[in-house]
Design a protein around this ligand. Structure first.
Ligand code: ADP
Ligand code: SF4
Ligand code: MG
Length: 326
């Protein structure tokens, strides 16, 4: 899948040739610093890329259909019923003038011809499902009366109202404190185990998801730079950017010992990756990570590295595998 912004000077690519698959009950994390194209990717899965952005190529296959070919009305029916999304700020998804219960009921009634009584019962069951204490009382409450963690639970309940096959979660725990983050992650983990929901979990924080996800896709400047099984990725990250991300995680959060790659100078302390993600309009030719990469050479600045096999997955780096010698 590719996504670009339409500008007067032509299309400005934001996500390029990104491909991944998520199976039933599987949790895939998409990680990368802010500006890497994670949210655009999430939105593209639901046909929600805002103009002037546009999906310029590729497919989004779900249960035998390419969602990118569906009309707006068909897509509206798929959204919520087969694929749902939750994001960082629940208030943007919640209607401030409806009670929590009313809006979950609406979400159910939109997709199913059930009675209001049945929708109400389902809503209470959903509130209980996402561990909201005292569901009957919360049903009648307005979103602004709830804490951030509770609102996030309400948004998850709403996303689950149609029992979707896929849940896309775009940094849903970023604004929450660590304890609540863990509760929300546990909840999402439980849902995919019990209901077989496939989860695409987007985050800039590799450590947060390491305990929960099966596979990790690392994005940099709109491209996939590495995709591996979680254990494999932490044990032996192949891309210098992944090594940098892992070295930047607080110890204790990550699944395995941080790997001391060329950027992670010490196992003992946090190491920020120097520099920033390039702007879309100033994308370097060749490898986009080259300006920040200690291994960059002439070839890196000229040729975009193609993906190749690394352990259980893929890496896109001209010098992956050589970094250990440094
Ligand atoms: N409406 C827009 N117009 C132009 N560029 C945009 C717009 N929205 C996002 N971008 C750019 O697209 C890139 C990817 O954005 P996004 O998907 O939000 O990144 P992430 O979620 O990884 O932080 C960024 O460089 C961002 O600046
Ligand atoms: S291709 Fe070159 S610049 Fe890019 S990450 Fe690999 S070594 Fe670094
Ligand atoms: Mg984002």
């Amino acid at each position: 899948m590719s996504i670009a912004f339409q500008t007067r000077r032509g299309p400005l690519p934001a996500v390029r040739d990104l491909s991944f698959a998520v199976k039933r009950g599987e949790m895939l994390a998409i990680v990368g610093e802010s500006g890497c194209g994670k949210s655009l990717t999430a939105l593209a899965l639901l046909g929600l890329v805002p103009p002037p952005g546009r999906v310029t190529g590729g497919t989004v296959r779900l249960e035998g259909r390419d969602l990118l070919t569906l009309g707006e009305e068909e897509l509206r029916l798929v959204r919520g019923a087969r694929i749902s999304m939750i994001f960082q700020e629940p208030m943007t998804a919640l209607n401030p003038v409806l009670t929590v219960g009313e809006q979950i009921m609406e979400a159910i009634l939109e997709h199913e011809p059930v009675s209001r009584k049945a929708a109400r019962d389902r809503t209470l069951a959903l509130l209980e499902r996402v561990r909201i204490p005292d569901p009957v009382r919360r049903f009648a409450e307005y979103p602004h009366r709830l804490s951030g963690g509770m609102r996030q639970r309400v948004m998850i309940a709403m996303a689950l109202a149609g029992a979707p096959a896929v849940l896309v979660a775009d940094e849903p725990t970023t604004a929450l404190d660590v304890t609540i983050q863990a509760q929300i992650l546990n909840l999402i983990d439980e849902l995919r185990r019990e209901q077989g929901t496939a989860v695409v979990f987007i985050t800039h924080d590799l450590g947060v998801v390491s305990r929960y996800v099966d596979r990790v896709l690392v994005m940099y400047a709109g491209r996939k730079v590495e995709e591996r099984d979680t254990r494999d990725l932490f044990a032996d990250p192949a891309h210098p950017y992944t090594q940098g991300l892992i070295a930047a995680q607080p110890r204790g959060l990550v699944a395995a010992q941080p790997h001391a790659g060329p950027i992670g100078v010490a196992r003992e302390r946090l190491t920020e990756i120097p520099g920033t993600v390039p702007a879309l309009a100033a994308m370097p030719p060749g490898c986009a990570f080259a300006p920040r990469c200690p291994l960059a050479d002439d070839r890196c600045t000229r040729e975009v590295p193609p993906p190749r096999r690394a352990g259980s997955g893929l890496v896109a780096c001209h010098h992956a595998g050589e970094s250990h010698a440094i």
